[in-house]
Design a protein around this ligand. Structure first.
Ligand code: UD1
Ligand code: CA
Length: 456
């Protein structure tokens, strides 16, 4: 089939410099959601009609399979589809979607395509308690005869609760004919796509309807409030899927945000307030404590991420313990059974199995072997103000507390670095290395006496 996605509207009520269809929902632009659902239908052609926002819109949505058509000025939904008409193949039906209706599901569209497209026009409709603002579906003896827009409707028509969602499928040659016949003699002076319904009836073409799985699939975004409402709806869907399909235990499905793809093994537990972005993979039995943010990361089986940890483009092995308040920055790879404790920041660091950095440290551009103990307050001085340098620590080394490792520097296997050391040269394996001023005790020293209060 051909798919036309209408995305030219201005979105004035968003009160934003960003084009409406580029506002993010669950971490991806509204229009990207619609494009992804469209692709799931394996269409011949996808045409996106854009206008407001210009090239910024096409640049934000990648894909050689998309054809972009500029609608300038915007003279209505019928005028928008007219712009796409030359790109539509006659041999297949044409499906019209809206770039600002992001929750539409491929299954619903499949049902609509069953109802029409070859020889019938099919509309996706829903019944609303409050249909104000929408186009009403006018039926005679049960058959759809036309759509009347709210602003053009009379009292009796406004009482109709079945509304046009705007999504429809039509036989393409007939659609092109109807589009060419549209006028703009209506309350808004626009070319209404909805007027093709009466033209179809006039031509003796059947007009069918289908309904979405859930009415919320057809909600549009016109304001930040509606955007936030759709975000909650989509997050609820994601949470339900995690629980029902992957068996994830969520402390509270309403306090989870997934802005990307979260894949989980068996018996994963996620506490409240966590945010997942990009591609995140959690192994079996992983536990994520409250208020963690995890982006583009892989967490191995049985690992516990304790509260308030921040993980970004990092990989953690199995049975590790991270946090609370740990920060793993891009390029961090931690082996099995590693421990990274509170207020430890790691960047571009590989730390192998069984090693620990339990408290208050900055480890950047380092390569740490197995079973290493990194003491509290250890800092890799990896940056000389111009270049970054590497720190290498061998297996079984022990780095005493409050050590500065001035890179480039190496600590040999099994070496011990005394507390408080500023290491500027490589430390040999198996030996104690330390740099420290000698401790002295001054025998003659006396505490100063308090000053006498002045008299007189
Ligand atoms: C439209 C329908 C109405 C339906 C409602 C559902 C028409 C005439 N009316 O009304 O029956 O109940 O949607 O939300 O179709 N757009 C363009 N170019 C334009 C005008 C609009 O690309 O020149 C795009 C908008 O960006 C938007 C979509 O088409 O994605 C719908 O436009 P909108 O102005 O919201 O249509 P409504 O007046 O709400
Ligand atoms: Ca609308």
């Amino acid at each position: 089939m051909n798919i036309v996605i209408l995305a030219a509207g201005m979105g004035k009520r968003m009160r934003s410099a960003l084009p409406k269809v580029l506002h993010p929902l669950a971490g991806k632009p509204l229009l990207q959601h619609v494009v992804d659902e469209a692709r799931a239908l394996d269409p011949e052609t996808v045409v996106v009609v854009y206008g407001h926002g210009g090239e910024a819109v096409s640049q934000a949505i990648p894909g050689d399979d998309l054809r972009w058509v500029l609608q300038q000025p915007q003279l209505g939904t019928g005028h928008a589809v007219q712009q796409a008409a030359p790109l539509l193949a006659d041999g297949v039906p044409t499906l019209v979607l809206y770039g600002d209706v992001p929750l539409i599901c491929a299954e619903t569209l499949d049902r609509l395509l069953q109802a029409g497209g070859r020889d019938a026009l099919a509309l996706l409709t829903v019944e609303l308690d409050d249909p104000t603002g929408y186009g009403r579906i006018v039926r005679r003896d049960g058959r759809i005869v036309r759509i009347v827009e709210h602003r053009d409707a009379d009292e009796a028509q406004r009482a109709i609760r079945e509304i046009n969602t705007g999504i429809l499928v039509a036989p393409t040659p007939a659609l092109k004919r109807w589009l060419a016949a549209l006028g703009n003699d209506n309350a808004q002076g626009e070319y209404y796509l909805t007027d093709i319904v009466a033209l179809a009836v006039h031509d003796g073409v059947r007009v069918e309807s289908a309904q979405p799985g859930q009415a919320s699939e057809t909600l549009g975004v016109n304001s930040k409030l509606q955007l936030a409402q759709l975000e909650r709806l989509l997050q609820a869907r994601i949470a339900a899927r995690l629980m029902e399909e992957d068996g994830v235990r969520l402390a509270d499905p309403a306090r989870l945000d997934v802005r990307g793809r979260l894949r989980c093994g068996r018996d994963v537990f996620i506490d409240v307030g966590c945010v997942f972005e990009g591609e995140v993979e959690l192994g079996d039995d992983v536990e994520i404590g409250p208020y963690c943010t995890i982006r583009s990361a892989r967490i191995g089986a049985g690992t516990r991420i304790l509260p308030y940890s921040n993980i970004d483009e990092a990989a953690v092995g199995a049975h590790a313990r991270i946090g609370p308040f740990a920060r793993l920055r891009p390029g961090t790879e931690l082996g099995d059974g590693t421990h990274v404790g509170n207020f430890v920041e790691m960047k571009n660091t590989k730390m192998r199995a069984g090693s620990k950095a339990n408290h208050l440290a900055y480890i950047g551009d380092a390569s740490i072997g197995e079973r290493v103990n990194v003491g509290a307050g250890t800092i890799t001085c990896n940056y000389d103000g111009v270049n970054k340098h590497e720190t290498v620590i061998g297996d079984d080394a022990f780095i005493g507390s409050d050590t500065q490792l001035v890179a480039p520097v190496r600590v040999g296997r099994g070496a011990t670095i005394g507390a408080g050391t500023t290491l500027t040269h490589d430390a040999p394996e198996g030996r104690l290395t330390l740099s420290r001023a000698k401790q002295v005790t001054i025998d003659s020293w006396k505490r100063p006496a308090p000053k006498k209060p002045r008299t007189g």
